[in-house]
Design a protein around this ligand. Sequence first.
Ligand code: HEM
Length: 368
Amino acid sequence: MAQRQGPGSPLGSLVAIGVVVGVGAAAFAYTAGWLSPQRLTPERMVAALGAPMPADLGHRRNHAKGLCFTGWFQANGNGVALSRAALFVAGSYPVVGRFNLGTPNPDAKDASARVRGLSIQIKPPGGQEWRSGMINAPFFPVSTPQDFYQLLTASGSKDPGAMPGFVAAHPGFVKFGAWAQTGPWTGSYAEERYNGLNAFRFVDASGAVHPVRWSMLPAAAPVSVDPATLDAGGPDLLEQDITKRVQAGPVRWTLQVTLADASDQTADPSEPWPDGRRTVDVGTLLVDQVQAEADGPCRDVNYDPTVLPDGIAVGDDPFPAARSAAYAVSFDRRTAEAADYPRTAPAPAPAPAPAQSGAETPAQGNKP
Ligand code: HEM
């Protein structure tokens, strides 16, 4: 007579384990995108970034050319009314940052990249930190991470109809194309305005939420340069320029926060908010040293835009989460490939811990 297999029997347990393992494997396959080839995963996004060229091992998969800097964020205290984040309390806090170019090619000529970036990591006392990556474009080319993937796929395609097809399906892209073609070029990282583009939420001490975007406004007056003159300046002209400027004295930007009106959307970085929105200058970024990336302190920093202190939070903009996932894939790969991008000197000693008083005096030799 066949024996019934109750829940407590060995066969029943094996079946239960099999079901758990099977469901787990299916969930893993789903998450990895194996069950739905059309699903956008961070791996697919990163693969599309440099395609069809092979990745440059050891380097960031986008914004691959850059140099590190260190300096200070000098908060003026005006941000405290908007956000309870410690970095807005008046004082000077250490910054590790990176000037960079929007290209997957770490050997690109400086004049070839239309998009220039500034990345910052600010560490006030207390252990929390703020990371942000900003670019000189006044708006993002597309509205959603999915559209960005389609843009990357079209621009990397050999099909001559791919880009026209993309533009026809995404008419909003024309605005970005116009900026790329006719917007002014400068000859210096120091003369660029860098925009965070994504919307976040500032949370003040009372718990009130303020939807914001932010920008770094240069102290140096922008001087328009035509691309041919830039091209004649050599492949590393921006790196040479900023190195020379910083050697001559600190280079500064104002961190300006723009507050959304109640009617403003906060989910689409391709749509700037109308002029005239309230802005608050919350402090000064002061850059007083630059270092080559190979041995510099920014080399192994992932400027993940979702690394936020208490007082700054993500909102309904889908980009920060998509960026975070893609940056993690890029970071994992490039750090695992470190042997392909060797350091030329021993790793720098960690910076001394910031003083706990809240206000810190910049190190000897700095001239804030
Ligand atoms: C879904 C959209 C985006 C994707 C998939 C993407 C992808 C990436 C990747 C893979 C990196 C290299 C990360 C690393 O290895 O550490 C990177 C760097 C960077 N991205 Fe994005 N990005 C996106 C949107 C944006 C936006 C909206 C901005 C600006 C507002 C931006 C600005 C930057 C900057 C400044 C860097 C350089 C960061 C650094 O210095 O390490 N990105 N991006």
